[in-house]
Design a protein around this ligand. Structure first.
Ligand code: PMP
Length: 400
């Protein structure tokens, strides 16, 4: 029956983890996957999450199904986290929200909803480059995927003029995907002034902004600061779509907790949109998983746990920032590695786009047991006090 099914290529990111696991060298480092690691290189379960687990256990909740759009208290808290307590559409009850299977699921619900109901276009513009999964997510949702310029290889920074030109040339009404903060894979974000200009271009071309916010709090250490773009667009009259993930900022990767939301005209329109979101979701997976939503809800709805969580997000962001400084210092001052490495310090969030070429990345894996994606992206969270010197020396050898 399946004799004509061709073997597909391995996933470019998850495939790296496989190679890493198979490597027996004690010096091996996995900088491929975007999952936070603590100072000892170990997965990190947040204290706020551990406490939420004990609180939950004490109440021994049942395992009944959630509603199609998820745990109502959780979705309310999560929307407030993104839009801000003083958000006008939030106060007016004009934001349609649904729990999702983490960020990926939110993007997929959004893609499917837009493909079915967005009246102005079936085209979505993605930044070049973008998180690899964006492309199949939106294609499989039934949208036509195009790219807009984002990263400038020469400056290792934002190609702001190219970005504006491409959005200005997009057909009226097209959808534009924007990384709200901590752009993956480049680590390059627009400044606040640049966001304001992007908002104006999108308004003038009547484009539809779809934000992917997978790293709120992870970029700067502040959930408010990282929500700047989303809140700016809403304040300036845009209707937006938003995908949120609690994988990184709560370390709930495998629990699959996320949110999809759409701002609408008013409470009546929201109700109609809600009903159609349910019709999109029901045949996909019926209703979302329970446990992670209970945990996130316990944190977001409890002042003490919330404070502790914010502190821990800040701690994770700061450890990553300190690794950026250490790595930059090693390459530039101690090893005098050829090339300009300032971007390691200036890039934002979990990733750094090092500028290393595919053959250098390959050499790192084969000779130094250091695994990263072939585009030269490294997850800064995989570095720590015990391996950063070995990593810097390996990079130095690979580029010399
Ligand atoms: N968007 C971006 C930009 C991401 O980097 C990720 C995670 N790598 C996601 C969405 C979704 O991740 P998850 O489904 O685990 O929340």
């Amino acid at each position: 029956t399946w004799s004509a099914v061709p073997a597909g290529p391995p996933d470019p990111i998850l495939g790296i983890t496989e190679a890493f696991k198979a490597d027996k060298d004690p010096r091996k480092i996995n900088l491929g996957v975007g999952a936070y690691r603590d100072e000892n290189g170990k997965p990190y379960v947040l204290n706020a999450v551990k406490k939420a687990e004990s609180l939950l256990t004490a109440t021994s909740p049942d395992k009944e199904y959630l509603p199609i759009t998820g745990l109502p208290e959780f979705t309310k808290h999560a929307a407030k986290l993104a839009y801000g307590a003083d958000s006008v559409p939030l106060k007016e009850g004009a934001i349609a929200v649904t729990q999702s299977i983490s960020g990926t699921g939110a993007l997929r619900i959004g893609g499917a909803f837009l493909a079915r109901h967005y009246p102005h276009s079936k085209i979505i513009y993605l930044p070049v480059p973008t998180w690899g999964n964006h492309i199949p997510i939106f294609k499989d949702s039934g949208l036509e995927v195009r790219g807009y310029r984002y990263f400038d290889k020469k400056s290792v920074g934002l190609d702001f003029e190219g970005l504006k030109e491409d959005l200005n040339n997009a057909p009226e009404g097209a959808i534009v995907l924007l990384h709200a903060c901590a752009h993956n894979p480049t680590g390059v974000d627009p400044t606040h002034a640049q966001w304001a200009e992007i908002s104006d271009v999108i308004a003038s071309k009547k484009l539809f902004p779809f934000f992917d916010m997978a790293y709120q709090g992870f970029a700067s250490g502040s959930t408010t600061h990282d929500a700047f773009a989303v809140r700016h667009f809403v304040k300036h009259g845009h209707q937006i779509a938003l995908a949120q993930s609690f994988a990184k900022n709560m370390g709930l990767y495998g629990e699959r907790v996320g949110l999809f939301s759409l701002t609408t005209k008013d409470a009546e329109e929201k109700k109609r949109v809600d009903s159609q979101l349910k019709i999109v979701i029901r045949p996909m997976y019926s209703n979302p998983p329970l446990h992670g939503a209970l945990l996130a809800n316990a944190i977001l709805g409890n002042e003490e746990l919330y404070q502790e969580w914010e502190g821990e997000v800040k701690g994770m962001a700061e450890r990553i920032i300190s690794m950026r400084e250490r790595l930059y210092g090693l390459l530039t001052n101690e090893l005098k590695t050829p090339g300009e490495w300032g971007h390691i310090k200036s890039q934002i969030g979990m990733f750094s786009f090092t500028g290393m070429k595919p053959e250098q990345c390959k050499a790192l894996a084969e000779k130094a047991h250091v695994y990263l994606t072939m585009d030269g992206r490294i997850s800064m969270a995989g570095l720590n006090g015990s391996n950063v010197e070995y990593f810097a020396a390996s990079v130095d050898a690979a580029v010399k």
